[in-house]
Design a protein around this ligand. Sequence first.
Ligand SMILES: Cc1cc2nc3c(=O)[nH]c(=O)nc-3n(C[C@H](O)[C@H](O)[C@H](O)COP(=O)(O)OP(=O)(O)OC[C@H]3O[C@@H](n4cnc5c(N)ncnc54)[C@H](O)[C@@H]3O)c2cc1C
Ligand code: SF4
Length: 508
Amino acid sequence: MKKLILILGDQLDLKGAALRNFDLKNDEVIMIESMHEAQYVWTHKAKIALFLSAMRHFANQLRELHYPLTYIQNSSLSIVEALKEKIVKGNFTHLICIEPGEWRLKQQIEELAKDISVTFEMREDDHFYCSHQEFVKWASDKKELRLEYFYRLMRKTHHILIDSEGNPEGGQWNFDQDNRKPYPKKGPGILEQAIFFEPDAITQEVIAFVKETYATHPGSLETFQWPVTRTQALEALEYFVEYRLRNFGVYQDAMWTDTPFGWHSILSSSLNLKLLNPREVIAAAVNAWKKYDLDLSTIEGFIRQILGWREFVRGMYYLDMPQMAKDNYYDHQRSLPQWYWSGQTNMACMKDAIGQTLKYGYAHHIQRLMVTGNFALIAEILPSAVCDWYLAIYVDAIEWVELPNTAGMALFANGGRFTSKPYIASGAYIKRMSNYCGSCKYKPDVRFGETACPVTTLYWNFLIKHRTQFESSPRTRLMTANLNRISHEDQKSIQEHAQYVLNHLDDL
Ligand SMILES: Cc1cc2nc3c(=O)[nH]c(=O)nc-3n(C[C@H](O)[C@H](O)[C@H](O)COP(=O)(O)OP(=O)(O)OC[C@H]3O[C@@H](n4cnc5c(N)ncnc54)[C@H](O)[C@@H]3O)c2cc1C
Ligand code: SF4
C-alpha cells in the first residue's frame, strides 16, 4: 500500500484532514504549482504571488517536519496531469486529498482516480462548521433558503453568542440596525491602520518570478504584503481583534476615497488558504468582546459574516453546482467593460473600488456588492464574464465563495434562490455611503442627460424593465412606488439615455 496525499494551494494546514493518519515511512505528499491555475482566468499578479508564496512556505514547514514531499514548481502541466504522472511513475496504490474548493478540479481529480484505478479518498474539508451533509439536511425541508435561519441554527448548534438560557446574547439575533453607518461627513478620521507583512526572501523571489512570467496580467505587486504563513495570519488576527474590531460593525458598509480597508478584518485570504481556522477567528472575536466590553452589535455583525454568510454560501455552492455557474436569470449578454481591468473610467466610485482592487487585490464587501456588482447587474453584463473577473482579481477568490456571492448575491443570476431580492441601488445609495460622488464627473441625482450618473440611469431603467417583478414582492414594492412618482415623460427619457449608456459602456 503506497499512498500519495495531494495538498492544494488553499489547503495549507498541518492539522488539516489531508495529513490525518499520515505514515511517515510509506506515504508521500505532493504539492503542485501549475501555471494553468494562474491562467484559466486572467489572474491578478498579487493573487498568484500569494498562493505561490504561501505554498512554498508551507512546503518548507513540511520538509522541516520530515514529511516526504514532492513539490513541483511552475509546471506547464495541469494539476491533474502532473498528479497522474506522479501516481503512475511512483506506483502509488492510494490517492488522498481534501475536497477542492472548485467544482472543476473536484470533477477532474475524481475522473483521474477512476481512469487510473487508484484507491481514492476525498476527505471533507474540516475548516468549516457545517458539513455538506448537515447543509443538505437543513436545506431539504425549506421552502426558501435564507441566511437568517441557517445562521440562527449555527449559533445554537455551536453555542456562539448564546446566553446561559439558550437565547441569543442581547435578546436578538441581528443588530444590523446599529451597524452600517456611513463615515462622518468629514471622513473616517484616524483609522487604526491594517497590519501587513514585509515580503521575506521566499516572497521576494515569488514576486520577481510573477512579475516576469505574468507581466501582462492585471494588478500590481508593489504593495504586496499579505500574510503568507500561519504565524503571520495569527498575528493579523490578533492585531485585528485588538485594534480594529471595535469599529467593524458600525462602518461595515462605509466607503471613502483612498480608504481601501476601512475597519475590515482583511482576514479572508488567510481563512480561505486555511492559514486560519474560522473557529479560532470567532473565539478571538468573542474573547475581545468580553475583554474590552465591545459593542455586541459589532461582534454579532462580524460573527454573522463568518458563521453565517461564509458557511451558507459554501453550502449553497456544493448544493447548486454545476448549475450555479450556468445560471443567467435575466439573460444578460453584454461584455464586461474594459475598464474593469484598468480602473480607467470617469465614474469615481468604480475608479476607486477597481483602483484599490488592482493595487491590493482587495475591496471590501460593499464595494464588491454595491459598486462593481451592482453596476454589472444593472448594466446587463453576462454573469459568467463578471464571475471570471471576481475570481481573477481578488486575492481571497476561490470558487466556492466567489461564485455564490457574485452570481447568487450580486447578480441575482439564479433568480433569487437564496436572496429575497436583487441588490440594486442608484447613485443616491453610493452618495449616502461614501464621498465618491463629490469628485465625480457625473451627478448622482441626475437621471438622464449629459451629467446623469450612469448608476442612477441604469438603476431606474432596470426598475422600469423589471417593474412587475419588483412590484410583486413586499420587499421591493417601495422601489416601484418611487418609480411611479417619476413622470412618464421622464421615464421615457431615462430609458432612451440608458440605451445610449448601455451601448457605450466602455466610454463611461
Ligand atoms: C460579488 C462578491 C464577490 C465576493 N467574492 C469573495 C471571494 O472570492 N472570497 C471571499 O472570501 N469573499 C468574497 N466575498 C465576500 C466578502 O466581500 C469578502 O469575504 C470580504 O470583503 C473579505 O474582506 P475581509 O476579510 O476584510 O472581510 P470582513 O468584512 O472583515 O469580514 C470578515 C470575514 O467574514 C467572511 N465574509 C464576509 N462576508 C462574506 C460573504 N458574503 N461570503 C463569505 N464570507 C464572507 C470573510 O471570511 C471575511 O474575512 C464576495 C462578496 C461579493 C459581494
Ligand atoms: S455620481 Fe454616480 S458614477 Fe459618480 S461616484 Fe456617484 S454613484 Fe458613482
